[in-house]
Design a protein around this ligand. Structure first.
Ligand SMILES: Nc1ncnc2c1ncn2[C@@H]1O[C@H](COP(=O)(O)OP(=O)(O)OP(=O)(O)O)[C@@H](O)[C@H]1O
Ligand SMILES: [Mg+2]
Length: 577
């Protein structure tokens, strides 16, 4: 008899549910996204006990036809796409046809819906995956989904849930992301019968002021830069208005909240010149991009996307934002808007030869170091090291060095970051990152979620080189940090790591997101522009680069150094021509 068999459907659904709805906040997100896809103008969310006991989402959207109700609860049944081509161009928030089935498999769910023109509403239930008969029901319009006893039949999953306060905080965050994405839709939120939020339809600035505070709402610069297939719009803090934490950073791609390292990096670069290193920009930004140019089906919760041409998106965001910040007035000027439009109307996302992008591209192109020149340097009889010896520091940013082939230019921050990163990676792949106890622990005011995350993940934090302790319900102390990062700001470092664990879970952080995390950590430690280095320090940097694998590129894929050969210089001065 064979021993391989397909899993019972219910079990498959439960496994999938673990992926899609791993906690109440995830179910909240799925239900509200359904309401938005149904064209709702008003959405009410009610939570009881952090959504675990009860989570109800009521909308005034298009509703579901009676005969479609069982299908709405079936896996892989959706009204939103019909083919692979549709998937590649999906403009709705949902497209897998799996959210309701997944939630229904692990809760007691009731769905009541009424389409316009129907005499009354219809109800269908789903109790731990068992779908009930359809019955007439009362509802004035739209759809209400009521989810009770989440994970009642999956005790393992239920055990993974955190305290009510933590699950509530996560629901709040999920709610904030959605309400910021759709300011023209009215929302309300209650928790244990108490009204938490009541938002009328408004413009983005109004919604941002209500959700993130009037101060940011008033101060923020309006961003609006368009090209035919890509646009950046939204609100971003002006140079003077920044925050100590990354808690005010919202990025939406085609209406969907996502985390994206490429865009986050472009935004960071745009602020680089105007931001002190321990401050963070605040923004609510929307990238609207031709759906064919972005893959949204990358991650079970759709919280990550893949751009077809991420380099082009990086350029676009960086230039659009940097100009707006530089202009500094309340509206990005129309002139800046057209100049920062480096995209072709149709075809690939090729860069138009706008002056600044072109300069960037030239830099990227020449950064591919001439292998011959490198070989020559390495083989040189006088044993000049590959990257030579330092001559000087240029404008606090670049190190100039002379090697056998000619002149070497090093981006010192990028190079240092790479070195720290590789060290951390080697350590984490081995015994774990060595820690250094801090003589005086760094204490900081922490959110409930940060405190909970620290308390729940001491082992993971330990492996990453941290020791954190809650010293009050809303304060944490950093007792130890990774040894190679002692110079960095311990609080900022800890907060970044906590944010990553809270978002992705400890095991994913170590298994899949290691590189992202380590590069964030490395960035904190790397030497900053404008720090004056002595020649000996510069030479030490060059030697470390030579000893570090993959040190040719920084963690963000930019080159860390490049060579200008004597031949290049001769050509520049037209010698021997
Ligand atoms: N609030 C709602 N109003 C109207 N129709 C709804 C609502 N919620 C669900 N539906 C219908 O039920 C179907 C199934 O919903 P479900 O969330 O399971 O899948 P989906 O939204 O199509 O894809 P995904 O799994 O990516 O969310 C939807 O395609 C839609 O037709
Ligand atoms: Mg859905």
């Amino acid at each position: 008899m064979g021993i391989i068999h397909s899993l019972p459907e219910l079990l498959v659904n439960q496994i999938a549910a673990g992926e899609v709805v791993d906690r109440p906040a995830a179910a909240l997100k799925e239900l509200v996204e359904n309401s938005l896809d149904a064209g709702a103008r008003s959405i009410a969310v009610d939570l009881v006990e952090g959504g675990v006991r009860r989570l109800r989402v009521a909308d005034d959207g298009a509703g579901i036809e009676r005969d479609d109700l069982p299908l709405a609860l079936a896996r892989f049944a959706t009204s939103k796409i019909a083919s692979l081509e549709d998937l590649e161009r999906a403009a709705t928030l949902g497209f897998r046809g799996e959210a309701l089935a997944s939630i229904g498999a692990v809760s007691r769910m009731t769905l009541v819906s009424r389409r316009a023109g129907e005499r009354h509403a219809w109800r269908i239930g789903c109790d731990g995956g068992a779908v009930s008969a359809i019955e007439p029901a009362a509802l004035s319009a739209g759809t209400t989904v009521d989810v009770e006893e989440l994970y009642f039949n999956t005790p393992a999953r239920r055990k993974f849930l955190k305290s009510e306060a933590t699950e509530s905080a996560r629901c709040d965050e999920a709610f904030s992301r959605i309400v910021l994405s759709q300011p023209e839709v009215a929302f309300s939120l209650t928790s244990n019968g108490r009204r938490v939020s009541h938002l009328p339809p408004e413009d983005l600035r109004g919604r941002v002021a209500r959700v993130l505070g009037a101060e940011f709402g008033t101060a923020a610069l309006a961003i609006g830069v368009e090209s035919p297939r890509l646009a950046l719009r939204g609100l971003a803090a002006p140079a003077g208005f920044t925050r100590a934490a990354r808690d005010c950073q919202y990025l939406f791609v085609n209406g969907r909240f996502v985390r994206d390292k490429v865009v986050a990096h472009a935004i960071g670069e745009a602020y680089a010149d105007v931001l002190h290193h321990d401050r963070h920009p605040a923004y609510v930004l929307f990238i609207d991009i031709d759906p064919a140019l972005v893959d949204v089906n990358v991650h079970p919760t759709k919280s990550e996307v893949r751009f077809r041409d991420s380099g082009a998106v990086h350029q676009f965001v960086f230039h659009a934002l940097a100009r707006a910040i530089a202009a500094g007035d309340a509206h990005a000027s129309p002139r800046a808007a057209t100049a920062a439009t480096p995209f072709m109307g149709t075809g690939s996302l090729a860069l138009r030869a706008a002056q600044e992008p072109a300069r960037y591209e030239a830099l990227f192109a020449t950064a591919v170091v001439d292998e011959a020149a490198r070989g020559a340097a390495a083989d040189a009889p006088d044993e000049t090291p590959l990257l030579g010896f330092a001559l000087a520091q240029l404008h606090g940013v670049y190190v100039l060095a002379q090697n056998a082939a000619g002149l070497v230019l090093v981006d010192m921050h990028a190079a240092h970051e790479r070195i720290v990163y590789e060290k951390l990676k080697t350590a984490l792949d081995g015994e774990g990152i060595p820690t250094q106890q801090l003589l005086i622990p760094a204490t900081f005011a922490a959110s409930a979620l940060e405190v909970a995350t620290a308390e729940e993940n001491p082992a993971t934090l330990g492996r990453l080189g941290f020791e954190l302790a809650a010293i009050a319900p809303n304060a944490l102390a950093v007792r130890a940090v990774p040894m190679s990062l002692v110079q960095a700001d311990a609080t900022l470092l800890a907060r970044d790591v906590l944010a990553e664990i809270a978002e992705f879970g400890a095991s994913r952080v170590i298994a899949e997101r290691q590189n992202e995390l380590l590069s964030t950590m490395a960035c904190h430690a790397a030497v900053r522009a404008n720090r004056v280095l002595a020649l000996a320090e510069m030479n030490a940097l060059l030697r470390e680069m030579e000893a570090t694998e993959r040190s040719d590129q920084c963690n963000h894929g930019r080159p860390t150094w490049f060579q200008v050969t004597l031949g290049d210089l001769d050509r520049m001065f037209m010698r021997g021509q």
